[in-house]
Design a protein around this ligand. Structure first.
Ligand SMILES: *Cc1c(COP(=O)(O)O)cnc(C)c1O
Length: 464
């Protein structure tokens, strides 16, 4: 063994303690850390030859890179939809690395059974029934991709084509209908050989809504003349967190032949709050469901879950049969269910957080975030220089400058807010209007943080 490596082996517990002490300091400073670092990162250095040992590596990291890392795990990073990591989730994540299990299959370890238990808990959390099975993937983009891959296989079943063997070309053009799909849906269609242009926008409901008009969807399906299609329903849009009427869409199945995929990346968490659970009524009727976990469950990157009612079609797409791996039988191993073959035990941080805080603890996070978003929305609405663009339906505040919100001024505002170091908001375009979004999904965010966000925002408006 290399001398430095042997030295680290003999001091493994001390090294973990050093990493722990360093991480504890960083976490303690999170609240005051500059939320984003707008300045440029240093250029790359050469490959180390001799090696500094783990403690040397930590020292070098602390000096050269750590100061430039963002405070995205902290309470005032409101860009995109960015959760943090609960204390229990971080502990679970560290143990994932320490055990370094390969959860491609169930042989020789109980790790796969732990993933099954965790998927079962999540299924219950989001109100899905036993007919849905699931697996962990790296994010909602991959979860959407897996769901749509199963949908593609289902189209083959309907049209008498074996897509996984004979290829997507045999299907002919595929119709994918959706109201306000996330950009990752188009990416998934590109990956799957269906094509980004096959995503057909369906009219939205009247009255400042991002939810699909179910009558228009009904008409679009009728126009397909019996050709089976894929419908992507959206439960939680990124601009205004609008929800398609999942029950009404599912009811269209009585008259039309389609696969229903629901992108509930963060909207699924509405199910945790009795006040908001009706927003995801009908989720269980979906054929496949996407939920992100590194957003509102507040586990570290990268984790999401995908659910489907058709595991048989899923294994048709993803099975990885070879003499040494065997053919999937009975309960298929995870390597036959998702794009990955070797897999990290990314269920463990979720297991830890659910074990530590339970449904009630996670419900409190969701409800607090919603209340804070509403509060910020009211404060913004009351400011003459700002304009709320949509009611705060759940956890995102979508707003703009009251007078002349040009793209240039809104971008300048986003930059000024980021430069303040106090918070981070991401720009968007809502119904043709350049706008900003403040998305609440961090477990630490408090009313005091909302005050600081508003102060930073108002100060930034003055300089643009
Ligand atoms: C965030 C998000 C995605 C993509 O999630 P990643 O985890 O970044 O891949 C997809 N759909 C919706 C609705 C989202 O909010």
């Amino acid at each position: 063994m290399h001398r430095t490596l042997a030295g680290d082996l003999s001091r493994f517990p001390e090294l973990l303690q050093c990493a722990r002490d360093f991480a504890a300091g960083e976490v303690a400073g999170l609240d005051e850390r500059q939320v984003v670092r707008p300045d440029k990162a240093p250029g790359p250095e050469g490959l180390p030859v001799g090696g500094a040992g783990a403690e040397g590596a930590l020292a070098r990291f602390a000096e050269r890179w750590a100061p430039g890392f963002s405070g995205s795990a902290g309470p005032r990073y409101l860009g995109f939809v960015t959760g943090g990591a609960t204390p229990a989730a971080v502990a679970g994540d560290w143990l994932t690395s320490a055990y370094d299990q390969n959860v491609s299959g169930a042989v020789g370890s109980w790790a796969a059974a732990l993933e099954h238990e965790t998927v079962g808990w999540l299924r219950e959390l989001f109100g899905l029934g036993e007919a849905h099975s699931g697996a962990f993937v790296t994010g909602a983009t991959v979860s959407n991709t897996v769901g749509l891959a199963i949908a593609r296989e289902w189209l083959g079943e309907r049209l008498g084509v074996d897509v996984s063997r004979d290829g997507v070309a045999e299907l002919g053009p595929v119709d994918v209908l959706s109201g306000s799909p996330h950009s990752s849906v188009a990416k998934a269609l590109s990956v799957l050989g269906i094509g980004r242009n096959r995503l057909r926008p369906v009219a939205l409901r009247d009255g400042n809504r991002e939810a699909v008009d179910v009558t228009a969807l009904d008409e679009a399906l009728t126009a397909l003349d019996g050709r089976p299609a894929i419908v992507v329903a959206n439960a939680g849009t990124v601009n205004t967190v609008d929800f398609d009427d999942l029950r009404a869409i599912a009811a269209l199945k009585e008259r039309h032949d389609f696969w229903l995929h629901v992108d509930a990346a963060f909207g699924a968490f509405a199910a945790l709050s009795p006040t908001h659970a009706r927003l995801v009524d009908g989720l269980d009727a979906a054929d496949s469901v996407c939920v992100d976990l590194h957003k509102w469950l507040n586990v570290p990157y990268d984790a999401a879950v995908q659910f489907t009612r058709r595991r048989d079609l899923q294994t048709a797409v993803f099975h990885n049969a070879s003499p040494y791996l065997g053919l999937p039988t009975g309960e298929p191993d995870f390597l036959h269910l998702t794009p990955e073959n070797s897999r990290r035990l990314r269920a463990l941080p979720a297991w830890f957080s659910l074990m530590a805080y339970g449904r009630d603890g996670h419900r409190e996070i969701v409800e607090r975030n919603v209340a804070l978003a509403r509060g910020l929305g009211e404060r913004i609405d009351a400011r003459p220089e700002l304009e709320l663009l949509a009611p705060v339906r759940l956890n995102v505040v979508c707003f703009t400058l009251a007078d002349g919100p040009s793209q240039g001024r809104v971008d300048a505002l986003a930059r000024a807010v980021a430069d303040s170091g106090e918070t981070f908001l991401t720009p968007t375009v809502y119904r043709g209007t350049p706008a900003l979004r403040a998305a609440f999904s961090n477990w630490r965010t408090s009313a005091g943080d909302t005050e600081r966000v508003l102060d930073a925002l108002v100060a930034s408006v003055r300089v643009v």
